[in-house]
Design a protein around this ligand. Structure first.
Ligand SMILES: [Zn+2]
Length: 435
């Protein structure tokens, strides 16, 4: 080899090396943002209202005792993060309105507000994705104009503007709603719009919603072809008329699983139906709220809360089955809006000896003896079950604890870490916008 040819080879080698690194750089940039990233087009967010970490892990221990199937989102294949839940007010502890707004709209707001701040109205992820031709489904076990579902379609200075929220739900023309019904009235009663649920149903009909008033009529395929559709289980409302304690919201929600086990799978049936009905090539966004975990925890009723976490998990399982068939473009997020009740596992109630191991114990098995919620029982009875299980509560309201975020599927690794609940929406959208 001559000196000239060695020199030439060296130049060619250097040139090729440069080209290689330039190619490597370009491909790594594009891999991250375009080619190698598979943006999720089937997005689920499950919100266990009031479902703090202790509610989740008490349920896990209870399930272990009963040797039932484990909570699906605690499987090690799911990623985990923590979301801080503070609202904008100086007292920090949020309600479902401010927390739901943070999750749905990516903005913190004040206590009790829905989809807006004192300064402006926000766009929710559901509203944004609808414009991108995603199909939208909003499901809950409580009234459809309750705070959490309302944050995905509504914009009100107070969550108690139920009639205005109903009007906003109708105007949203989202593709699928399912839940317990509607609360009636506005905070300023002189501005009420509806006198009864029948008037709400009439307006939904006028606006071409396909009304399904008893989900028991759904066929085996669990699919509704005419959209937009809305499932409101009026048959269940009638059943709940027998409730001893007259909660105004109660008759517009699904019954507690512990009281009516035959309805335990309703949220799961809704979830399966909305998946089958909204599946399309562009994509869907589905929010499912387990709303009565919160209600049971406001009542400091641990056994009832466990039943609601299990019913919520049954709904998550339907999304998980869908994910297994569509792993490359599905994202499932399971989280909570806040913790309710300041639930404690272990109360140290053994007064005989502080050094006794009984002071360092809780007994979830004792909660399996409770057969009815507080609605069909009384405070002393429920308190006794809690006491025997050595499960304690510090409040009848919400606590300021952070909540868990469990994710699986495309982009799930973006949700690892500790962050504000208002970052969840941007973490989802960052992936979609790259599409
Ligand atoms: Zn809540």
């Amino acid at each position: 080899m001559t000196v000239k040819s060695i020199f030439l080879s060296l130049i060619i080698y250097k040139f090729m090396k440069k080209i290689f690194f330039v190619f490597l750089f370009i491909s790594s940039v594009f891999c991250q943002e375009v080619f190698c990233n598979n943006p999720p087009k089937y997005i689920f967010i499950f919100i266990g209202d009031g479902m703090g970490l202790n509610q989740v892990f008490l349920t896990e221990k209870y399930i272990e005792y009963l040797k039932k199937e484990k909570l699906i989102f605690l499987d090690p294949s799911w990623k985990f993060g923590l979301a801080k839940t503070d609202c904008l007010d100086s007292f920090k502890i949020t309600d479902s309105g401010a927390a739901g707004t943070a999750i749905a709209c990516g903005n913190k707001t004040n206590f009790g507000m829905i989809g807006m701040s004192k300064l402006k109205s926000f766009q929710s992820i559901a509203e944004y994705l609808k414009k991108k031709n995603f199909k939208i489904g909003i499901l809950t076990s409580v009234p459809l104009n309750h705070a959490t579902p309302a944050c995905f379609y509504g914009h009100e200075p107070t969550r108690r503007n139920y009639d205005n929220l109903t009007d906003e739900l109708i105007a949203s023309h989202f593709d699928f709603f399912a839940g317990g019904g509607f609360l009636i009235g506005n905070a300023d009663t002189s501005k009420n719009i509806f006198k009864s649920s029948d008037q709400v149903l009439a307006k939904l009909k006028e606006n071409k919603y396909n009304l399904v008033l008893n989900s028991a009529v759904l066929n085996e395929n669990k699919k509704i072809s005419i959209l937009p559709a809305i499932i409101i289980d009026t048959v269940i409302w009638n059943k709940q008329k027998k409730i001893k304690k007259a909660y105004i919201d109660e008759k517009n929600s699904l019954p507690y699983a512990i009281d009516f086990p035959e309805y335990e799978n309703k949220l799961a049936v809704y979830t399966e139906t909305v998946i089958n009905s909204l599946k399309n090539d562009t994509g869907f966004f589905i929010m499912v709220e387990g709303g009565k975990i919160d209600w049971a925890c406001h009542d400091n009723d641990a056994a009832t809360a466990i039943g609601e976490v299990i019913a919520f998990n049954d709904a998550v399982k339907k999304a998980y089955q869908f994910y297994l068939k569509n792993p490359d473009n599905t994202l499932i997020i399971v989280t909570a809006d806040h913790e309710t009740g300041g639930l404690t596992l272990g109360t140290g109630y053994d007064e005989h000896s502080r050094s006794s191991t009984n002071s360092y114990a809780f007994y979830p098995n004792k909660l399996a003896l409770q057969k009815k919620s507080l609605l069909f029982s009384d405070s002393a009875t429920v308190a006794k079950y809690n006491y025997d299980a050595q499960v304690g509560w510090t409040t009848n309201e919400h606590s300021g604890l952070p909540v868990g975020i469990w994710t699986i599927g495309e982009g799930s690794e973006n949700f690892i870490g500790i962050y504000e609940n208002s970052e969840i929406m941007n973490k989802i959208l960052k992936q979609i916008i790259l599409k």
